[in-house]
Design a protein around this ligand. Sequence first.
Ligand SMILES: [Zn+2]
Length: 447
Amino acid sequence: MLRASRLAIAAALALMLAADAGAASKPADKPMTADRPMAAGKAMQADRTVQAVRASAGFKAALAALEKDQDRITAETIELTEIPAPPFKEKAKGLAYMAKLKALGLDDVEMDAEGNVMGLRRGTGPAGAPLVVIAAHQDTVFPEGTNVKVRREGTKLYAPGVGDDTRSLAVLLGYVRALDAAKVRTKKDILFVADVGEEGPGDLRGMRYLFGKGKYKDRIAAFFSMDGTGADRVTYGAVGSRRYRVTFKGPGGHSYGAFGLVNPMAAMGTTVVEMNRIKVPSQPKTTYMTSVVGGGTSVNSIPDSIWLEVDMRSESAEELAKVDRRFQEIVKAAVDAENAARSTRAGKITAELKLIGERPTGATREDAEIVQVTAAAVKAAGLTPVLGASSTDSNIPISLGIPAVTIGSGGEGGRAHAVDEWIDVAPAEALKGQGVGLSALLAMAGT
Ligand SMILES: [Zn+2]
């Protein structure tokens, strides 16, 4: 999960989309206020819906049950965090989660062919009718062997992956227990999902499966991703990305005896330097990163192969394409420059680009019910909604035109994607945040 930009950018993006569906990349050439009256009307309606949910006996009982359940939610946060789940190696965590969903008595608990784990909480509507999904991801960014033992200091828990996104997995279990304790029956079915492949290398494979091949793919009317902690977030814009591994190859040779031959590392170095000179707009937020390198033979050899991984992101498909084009020009120029700078008598430098990740750009309409209801749920909890764009599981439904937002699990947290990642599970703050997701979920599922 990557925190990204805020209200103004995303609102502009959504309004552009509202004016011209799918044209997230276009510059703002339309009046920016066109949809405001409609959005304002929908906001009032959403406020009323959420207030009715929060005033209901069922919600109050569910919140009271959640309040009593805080120690268990924290214990399950710790238990699940301590099961490693590197990209493509989520299975142990998935199986543990599946056992918990079964124990809670959800229907049709299963692990699908991609590794997503899910269970259905039936509503009062007909079987097979449109449903609401709430999902959290199993995987972390941390490689195998990372110490995932949770260290507790007061109400703070420290461990890689604790907030991104294991806390959310535990909160979803708390939601099921709370709804059961309060005997809340929603109209729509709710599908609780612990998905795989949200982080970098996974490239949203869990979501691609759920929405592309999974058995519920044609029934998903609304989608919540709970990812990270901040309960004030209403992320409805999808930041797109393109990621490459570039492999620079050359003839190689002895560092002393073959000195003077072309060196693929020089071409890679030029690429890194030039890429870091690219000017990108801050609005729409567009970024690039030269992030991982590898290769070489030995300290006394001209390398025959060296590789570099890069990540590019933007809220705008057009800006993403632009930075991608510039990057590819830089690679080509760096290769040409190295072939001109040193001897090619034993062979030339080449570069192979492999696309290793691609996430779509887009946004749920700002006036969509799920955006308005979630913003109303944030306000009703006494927080100020932060609308924005990010790169999360919601990118996939958003790209398919299915209403989706990414929300937080509540409480404070920080240092996501770092080994000193932490969350604060102080019960009052945690409960306030959990109430946001629960009220938005119930508003969308209908009670
Ligand atoms: Zn995440």
